[in-house]
Design a protein around this ligand. Structure first.
Ligand SMILES: NC(=O)c1ccc[n+]([C@@H]2O[C@H](COP(=O)([O-])OP(=O)(O)OC[C@H]3O[C@@H](n4cnc5c(N)ncnc54)[C@H](OP(=O)(O)O)[C@@H]3O)[C@@H](O)[C@H]2O)c1
Length: 332
Protein backbone atom coordinates (compact mmCIF):
# COMPACT_ATOMS: atom_id res chain seq x y z
CA UNK A 1 0.00 0.00 0.00
CA UNK A 2 1.25 3.49 -0.88
CA UNK A 3 0.73 6.52 1.37
CA UNK A 4 1.24 10.26 0.95
CA UNK A 5 1.77 12.22 4.17
CA UNK A 6 0.82 15.88 4.60
CA UNK A 7 2.54 17.37 7.66
CA UNK A 8 5.96 16.55 9.05
CA UNK A 9 5.59 17.79 12.61
CA UNK A 10 5.33 15.73 15.77
CA UNK A 11 2.70 13.34 14.37
CA UNK A 12 4.01 13.15 10.78
CA UNK A 13 7.53 12.38 11.97
CA UNK A 14 6.21 9.79 14.44
CA UNK A 15 4.32 8.05 11.64
CA UNK A 16 7.38 8.10 9.37
CA UNK A 17 9.64 6.76 12.13
CA UNK A 18 7.27 3.91 12.94
CA UNK A 19 6.75 3.05 9.26
CA UNK A 20 10.54 3.01 8.94
CA UNK A 21 10.97 0.72 11.96
CA UNK A 22 8.16 -1.74 11.28
CA UNK A 23 7.91 -3.88 8.18
CA UNK A 24 4.21 -3.31 7.40
CA UNK A 25 4.33 -3.31 3.61
CA UNK A 26 3.45 0.39 3.51
CA UNK A 27 5.50 2.63 1.19
CA UNK A 28 5.65 6.42 1.44
CA UNK A 29 5.49 7.95 -2.03
CA UNK A 30 5.06 11.63 -1.08
CA UNK A 31 5.43 14.03 1.85
CA UNK A 32 4.69 17.71 2.33
CA UNK A 33 5.29 20.32 5.01
CA UNK A 34 4.13 23.95 5.06
CA UNK A 35 6.73 25.12 2.53
CA UNK A 36 7.81 22.17 0.40
CA UNK A 37 7.00 18.67 -0.83
CA UNK A 38 8.67 15.55 -2.20
CA UNK A 39 7.02 13.12 -4.62
CA UNK A 40 8.54 9.82 -5.79
CA UNK A 41 6.30 7.08 -7.14
CA UNK A 42 9.02 4.49 -6.45
CA UNK A 43 8.99 5.26 -2.72
CA UNK A 44 10.86 7.70 -0.51
CA UNK A 45 13.69 6.70 1.84
CA UNK A 46 12.22 7.42 5.28
CA UNK A 47 15.63 7.77 6.94
CA UNK A 48 16.71 10.30 4.28
CA UNK A 49 13.57 12.40 4.48
CA UNK A 50 13.71 12.60 8.29
CA UNK A 51 17.37 13.62 8.08
CA UNK A 52 16.74 16.26 5.39
CA UNK A 53 13.79 17.74 7.32
CA UNK A 54 15.81 17.83 10.55
CA UNK A 55 18.76 19.53 8.87
CA UNK A 56 17.08 22.01 6.54
CA UNK A 57 13.57 22.48 7.95
CA UNK A 58 12.19 21.50 4.51
CA UNK A 59 11.13 18.06 3.32
CA UNK A 60 11.64 18.64 -0.39
CA UNK A 61 11.11 20.88 -3.38
CA UNK A 62 10.03 24.43 -2.44
CA UNK A 63 8.15 24.86 -5.72
CA UNK A 64 5.78 22.05 -4.62
CA UNK A 65 3.12 22.06 -1.90
CA UNK A 66 0.52 19.88 -0.23
CA UNK A 67 -2.00 20.23 -3.06
CA UNK A 68 0.61 19.05 -5.60
CA UNK A 69 1.01 15.93 -3.49
CA UNK A 70 -2.76 15.39 -3.32
CA UNK A 71 -3.23 15.88 -7.07
CA UNK A 72 -0.03 14.47 -8.60
CA UNK A 73 1.42 11.79 -6.30
CA UNK A 74 0.86 8.06 -6.72
CA UNK A 75 -0.79 6.88 -3.47
CA UNK A 76 -3.66 4.81 -2.06
CA UNK A 77 -4.13 6.60 1.28
CA UNK A 78 -3.67 10.27 2.18
CA UNK A 79 -2.38 10.74 5.74
CA UNK A 80 -3.49 14.27 6.70
CA UNK A 81 -1.56 15.45 9.80
CA UNK A 82 -1.33 19.23 9.36
CA UNK A 83 -2.34 21.68 12.15
CA UNK A 84 -5.97 21.84 13.28
CA UNK A 85 -8.12 24.83 12.37
CA UNK A 86 -11.31 24.24 14.33
CA UNK A 87 -13.16 27.18 12.75
CA UNK A 88 -12.72 26.47 9.02
CA UNK A 89 -11.10 23.01 8.99
CA UNK A 90 -8.68 24.42 6.39
CA UNK A 91 -6.36 23.74 4.67
CA UNK A 92 -6.92 20.11 5.66
CA UNK A 93 -10.54 20.13 4.51
CA UNK A 94 -9.52 21.04 0.96
CA UNK A 95 -6.72 18.42 0.98
CA UNK A 96 -9.12 15.71 2.15
CA UNK A 97 -11.99 16.60 -0.20
CA UNK A 98 -9.62 16.76 -3.16
CA UNK A 99 -8.15 13.33 -2.29
CA UNK A 100 -11.61 11.77 -1.82
CA UNK A 101 -12.65 13.19 -5.18
CA UNK A 102 -9.70 11.34 -6.71
CA UNK A 103 -10.80 8.08 -5.08
CA UNK A 104 -8.21 7.91 -2.27
CA UNK A 105 -8.75 6.72 1.30
CA UNK A 106 -8.02 9.12 4.17
CA UNK A 107 -6.38 8.74 7.56
CA UNK A 108 -6.18 11.86 9.71
CA UNK A 109 -5.38 13.13 13.21
CA UNK A 110 -6.80 16.54 12.31
CA UNK A 111 -9.88 17.45 14.39
CA UNK A 112 -10.71 20.53 12.28
CA UNK A 113 -12.25 18.99 9.14
CA UNK A 114 -13.69 15.97 10.99
CA UNK A 115 -15.55 18.06 13.57
CA UNK A 116 -16.59 20.88 11.18
CA UNK A 117 -17.73 18.87 8.16
CA UNK A 118 -18.32 15.30 9.33
CA UNK A 119 -21.54 14.84 7.44
CA UNK A 120 -20.18 16.27 4.18
CA UNK A 121 -17.00 14.19 4.39
CA UNK A 122 -18.84 10.96 5.14
CA UNK A 123 -21.34 11.44 2.34
CA UNK A 124 -18.55 12.25 -0.16
CA UNK A 125 -16.59 9.20 1.02
CA UNK A 126 -19.67 6.95 0.63
CA UNK A 127 -20.32 8.40 -2.84
CA UNK A 128 -16.72 7.64 -3.91
CA UNK A 129 -16.51 4.30 -2.05
CA UNK A 130 -13.48 5.34 0.01
CA UNK A 131 -12.65 5.12 3.72
CA UNK A 132 -12.10 8.04 6.11
CA UNK A 133 -10.52 6.96 9.38
CA UNK A 134 -9.79 9.39 12.19
CA UNK A 135 -8.85 7.34 15.26
CA UNK A 136 -6.12 9.82 16.25
CA UNK A 137 -8.49 12.79 16.50
CA UNK A 138 -9.86 11.67 19.90
CA UNK A 139 -7.88 10.29 22.84
CA UNK A 140 -4.47 9.99 21.10
CA UNK A 141 -3.37 6.38 21.46
CA UNK A 142 -6.71 5.16 22.90
CA UNK A 143 -8.43 2.96 20.26
CA UNK A 144 -11.88 4.43 20.85
CA UNK A 145 -13.01 4.37 17.20
CA UNK A 146 -11.88 0.76 16.68
CA UNK A 147 -13.65 -0.18 19.92
CA UNK A 148 -16.89 1.43 18.73
CA UNK A 149 -16.56 0.07 15.18
CA UNK A 150 -15.48 -3.50 15.88
CA UNK A 151 -15.40 -4.51 19.55
CA UNK A 152 -18.82 -3.07 20.38
CA UNK A 153 -20.29 -3.43 16.90
CA UNK A 154 -23.53 -5.13 18.00
CA UNK A 155 -24.14 -2.80 20.93
CA UNK A 156 -26.33 0.26 21.25
CA UNK A 157 -24.20 3.07 22.70
CA UNK A 158 -26.23 4.68 25.46
CA UNK A 159 -23.68 7.29 26.54
CA UNK A 160 -20.04 8.30 26.34
CA UNK A 161 -18.16 10.12 29.12
CA UNK A 162 -14.56 11.21 28.69
CA UNK A 163 -11.52 12.98 30.04
CA UNK A 164 -10.43 14.20 26.63
CA UNK A 165 -7.92 16.96 27.37
CA UNK A 166 -4.55 16.10 28.92
CA UNK A 167 -3.65 19.72 29.70
CA UNK A 168 -6.80 20.29 31.79
CA UNK A 169 -6.34 16.95 33.52
CA UNK A 170 -2.74 17.79 34.38
CA UNK A 171 -3.82 21.17 35.83
CA UNK A 172 -6.61 19.59 37.92
CA UNK A 173 -4.28 16.83 39.15
CA UNK A 174 -1.66 19.35 40.26
CA UNK A 175 -4.26 21.60 41.94
CA UNK A 176 -5.60 18.61 43.90
CA UNK A 177 -2.26 16.96 44.74
CA UNK A 178 -0.18 20.04 45.59
CA UNK A 179 -2.81 22.62 46.51
CA UNK A 180 -1.67 24.84 43.61
CA UNK A 181 -3.87 27.66 42.34
CA UNK A 182 -5.23 27.39 38.79
CA UNK A 183 -2.66 30.00 37.64
CA UNK A 184 0.27 28.15 39.26
CA UNK A 185 -0.81 24.80 37.77
CA UNK A 186 -1.25 26.38 34.32
CA UNK A 187 2.24 27.89 34.55
CA UNK A 188 3.64 24.46 35.42
CA UNK A 189 1.75 22.89 32.48
CA UNK A 190 3.34 25.51 30.20
CA UNK A 191 6.82 24.87 31.61
CA UNK A 192 6.40 21.12 31.06
CA UNK A 193 5.33 21.75 27.44
CA UNK A 194 1.77 20.41 28.00
CA UNK A 195 -0.01 23.74 27.49
CA UNK A 196 0.15 25.89 24.36
CA UNK A 197 1.35 29.53 24.59
CA UNK A 198 -2.35 30.35 24.20
CA UNK A 199 -4.12 27.70 26.30
CA UNK A 200 -7.63 29.11 25.71
CA UNK A 201 -8.88 26.16 23.64
CA UNK A 202 -7.86 23.71 26.32
CA UNK A 203 -8.79 25.45 29.58
CA UNK A 204 -12.10 26.83 28.30
CA UNK A 205 -13.11 23.30 27.31
CA UNK A 206 -13.26 23.93 23.55
CA UNK A 207 -10.74 21.20 22.62
CA UNK A 208 -12.60 18.45 24.52
CA UNK A 209 -15.88 19.79 23.10
CA UNK A 210 -14.51 19.40 19.55
CA UNK A 211 -13.53 15.80 20.38
CA UNK A 212 -17.00 15.21 21.85
CA UNK A 213 -18.52 16.44 18.58
CA UNK A 214 -16.43 13.87 16.68
CA UNK A 215 -17.54 11.07 19.04
CA UNK A 216 -21.18 12.15 18.94
CA UNK A 217 -21.11 12.28 15.13
CA UNK A 218 -19.83 8.72 15.14
CA UNK A 219 -22.25 7.02 17.51
CA UNK A 220 -25.24 9.38 17.68
CA UNK A 221 -26.04 11.44 14.59
CA UNK A 222 -23.89 12.87 11.82
CA UNK A 223 -25.07 16.45 12.21
CA UNK A 224 -23.70 17.40 15.65
CA UNK A 225 -21.70 20.66 15.66
CA UNK A 226 -19.59 22.51 18.23
CA UNK A 227 -22.41 25.03 18.72
CA UNK A 228 -24.57 22.17 20.07
CA UNK A 229 -22.23 21.53 23.03
CA UNK A 230 -22.82 23.20 26.38
CA UNK A 231 -19.26 24.13 27.44
CA UNK A 232 -17.77 25.15 30.80
CA UNK A 233 -13.98 25.12 31.17
CA UNK A 234 -11.73 24.84 34.21
CA UNK A 235 -10.41 28.41 34.06
CA UNK A 236 -12.71 29.66 36.84
CA UNK A 237 -12.02 26.76 39.21
CA UNK A 238 -10.52 27.61 42.61
CA UNK A 239 -8.31 25.31 44.68
CA UNK A 240 -10.89 25.79 47.44
CA UNK A 241 -13.35 23.79 45.28
CA UNK A 242 -10.79 20.98 44.99
CA UNK A 243 -10.15 21.08 48.75
CA UNK A 244 -13.89 20.79 49.47
CA UNK A 245 -14.11 17.89 47.01
CA UNK A 246 -11.25 16.13 48.80
CA UNK A 247 -13.10 16.41 52.13
CA UNK A 248 -15.85 14.27 50.54
CA UNK A 249 -13.30 11.74 49.16
CA UNK A 250 -13.95 13.20 45.72
CA UNK A 251 -12.05 15.21 43.15
CA UNK A 252 -12.88 17.31 40.09
CA UNK A 253 -12.33 16.30 36.46
CA UNK A 254 -13.30 18.03 33.21
CA UNK A 255 -15.82 15.57 31.75
CA UNK A 256 -17.15 15.55 28.20
CA UNK A 257 -20.48 13.70 28.00
CA UNK A 258 -22.84 12.69 25.23
CA UNK A 259 -26.13 11.05 26.31
CA UNK A 260 -28.49 10.66 23.33
CA UNK A 261 -31.48 9.50 25.42
CA UNK A 262 -31.42 12.76 27.41
CA UNK A 263 -30.24 15.02 24.59
CA UNK A 264 -27.10 15.92 26.57
CA UNK A 265 -23.91 17.17 24.93
CA UNK A 266 -21.82 18.84 27.59
CA UNK A 267 -18.28 19.60 28.74
CA UNK A 268 -18.02 20.69 32.38
CA UNK A 269 -16.01 20.18 35.59
CA UNK A 270 -17.62 17.31 37.52
CA UNK A 271 -17.30 16.08 41.08
CA UNK A 272 -16.26 12.38 41.04
CA UNK A 273 -15.35 9.90 43.80
CA UNK A 274 -11.56 9.45 43.81
CA UNK A 275 -12.08 5.75 43.00
CA UNK A 276 -14.10 6.55 39.82
CA UNK A 277 -12.53 5.03 36.66
CA UNK A 278 -12.45 8.46 34.98
CA UNK A 279 -10.26 9.90 37.75
CA UNK A 280 -6.99 9.47 35.86
CA UNK A 281 -3.80 11.33 36.72
CA UNK A 282 -1.66 13.86 34.87
CA UNK A 283 -2.00 14.08 31.09
CA UNK A 284 -3.79 10.74 30.69
CA UNK A 285 -7.11 10.53 28.85
CA UNK A 286 -9.99 8.18 29.74
CA UNK A 287 -13.25 7.30 28.01
CA UNK A 288 -16.21 5.36 29.42
CA UNK A 289 -18.70 3.87 26.98
CA UNK A 290 -22.13 2.80 28.30
CA UNK A 291 -23.72 0.12 26.16
CA UNK A 292 -26.88 -2.00 26.18
CA UNK A 293 -25.07 -5.39 26.04
CA UNK A 294 -21.49 -4.95 27.23
CA UNK A 295 -22.36 -2.65 30.12
CA UNK A 296 -19.70 -0.05 30.93
CA UNK A 297 -16.27 -0.12 29.35
CA UNK A 298 -13.52 2.35 30.23
CA UNK A 299 -10.41 2.88 28.12
CA UNK A 300 -7.44 4.76 29.60
CA UNK A 301 -4.30 5.86 27.80
CA UNK A 302 -2.02 8.56 26.49
CA UNK A 303 -3.96 11.35 24.82
CA UNK A 304 -1.05 12.80 22.83
CA UNK A 305 2.54 12.30 21.78
CA UNK A 306 4.40 11.64 18.56
CA UNK A 307 4.62 7.83 18.66
CA UNK A 308 1.38 7.44 20.65
CA UNK A 309 -0.55 9.30 17.95
CA UNK A 310 1.34 7.35 15.27
CA UNK A 311 -0.04 4.18 16.92
CA UNK A 312 -3.58 5.34 16.14
CA UNK A 313 -2.63 6.30 12.56
CA UNK A 314 -0.93 2.97 11.88
CA UNK A 315 -4.00 1.15 13.26
CA UNK A 316 -6.16 3.04 10.75
CA UNK A 317 -3.77 2.37 7.86
CA UNK A 318 -3.66 -1.36 8.60
CA UNK A 319 -7.44 -1.43 8.87
CA UNK A 320 -7.72 0.11 5.39
CA UNK A 321 -5.14 -2.33 4.05
CA UNK A 322 -7.18 -5.23 5.45
CA UNK A 323 -10.37 -3.84 3.89
CA UNK A 324 -8.61 -3.69 0.51
CA UNK A 325 -7.37 -7.23 0.97
CA UNK A 326 -10.87 -8.40 1.99
CA UNK A 327 -9.73 -9.71 5.39
CA UNK A 328 -11.37 -7.05 7.57
CA UNK A 329 -14.63 -7.82 9.47
CA UNK A 330 -16.34 -4.86 7.72
CA UNK A 331 -15.86 -6.60 4.36
CA UNK A 332 -16.70 -10.12 5.55
N1 LIG B 1 0.82 16.11 18.66
C1 LIG B 1 -0.07 15.27 19.14
O1 LIG B 1 0.17 14.57 20.13
C2 LIG B 1 -1.42 15.15 18.49
C3 LIG B 1 -2.33 14.20 18.98
C4 LIG B 1 -3.57 14.03 18.34
C5 LIG B 1 -3.87 14.83 17.25
N2 LIG B 1 -2.97 15.78 16.83
C6 LIG B 1 -3.33 16.57 15.64
O2 LIG B 1 -2.48 16.14 14.58
C7 LIG B 1 -2.15 17.24 13.72
C8 LIG B 1 -0.66 17.40 13.65
O3 LIG B 1 -0.17 17.68 14.94
P1 LIG B 1 1.38 17.92 15.21
O4 LIG B 1 1.54 17.95 16.68
O5 LIG B 1 2.19 17.00 14.38
O6 LIG B 1 1.55 19.41 14.64
P2 LIG B 1 2.91 20.18 14.35
O7 LIG B 1 4.02 19.56 15.13
O8 LIG B 1 2.62 21.62 14.50
O9 LIG B 1 3.22 19.87 12.80
C9 LIG B 1 2.40 20.29 11.76
C10 LIG B 1 3.05 19.96 10.44
O10 LIG B 1 2.18 20.34 9.41
C11 LIG B 1 2.91 21.13 8.46
N3 LIG B 1 2.01 22.04 7.77
C12 LIG B 1 1.45 23.20 8.22
N4 LIG B 1 0.65 23.72 7.27
C13 LIG B 1 0.73 22.89 6.20
C14 LIG B 1 0.16 22.88 4.91
N5 LIG B 1 -0.66 23.86 4.49
N6 LIG B 1 0.46 21.87 4.07
C15 LIG B 1 1.32 20.87 4.43
N7 LIG B 1 1.89 20.82 5.66
C16 LIG B 1 1.58 21.81 6.52
C17 LIG B 1 3.98 21.82 9.26
O11 LIG B 1 5.00 22.24 8.37
P3 LIG B 1 6.42 22.84 8.84
O12 LIG B 1 7.21 21.65 9.32
O13 LIG B 1 6.96 23.44 7.61
O14 LIG B 1 6.11 23.83 9.93
C18 LIG B 1 4.38 20.68 10.21
O15 LIG B 1 5.29 19.83 9.57
C19 LIG B 1 -2.89 18.45 14.30
O16 LIG B 1 -4.10 18.60 13.61
C20 LIG B 1 -3.10 18.07 15.76
O17 LIG B 1 -4.23 18.70 16.32
C21 LIG B 1 -1.77 15.94 17.41
Amino acid sequence: MKVAILGMGSVGKGVLRMLGEKDLGIDVTAVADSKSALIDKNGISIADILRVKQKSGFCGDRSLGALDVVKKADYDVLVEVTPTNAITGEPALTHILEAIDRGHDIVTSNKGPISREFSLLMSKAREKGVQIRYEATVGGAIPIMHTLDQGLAGNRILAIFGVLNGTCNFILTRMADEGLTYEQALLEAREMGYAEADPTYDVKGIDPAIKLVILANKFWKETVRLEDVDITGINKLTNNALRLAEEQHCTIRLIAEAIPGRGILRVAPRLLPITHPLVVEGTLNAITIETDMAGEITLIGKGAGSVETASAILGDLLCIRDIHEGSHPETA
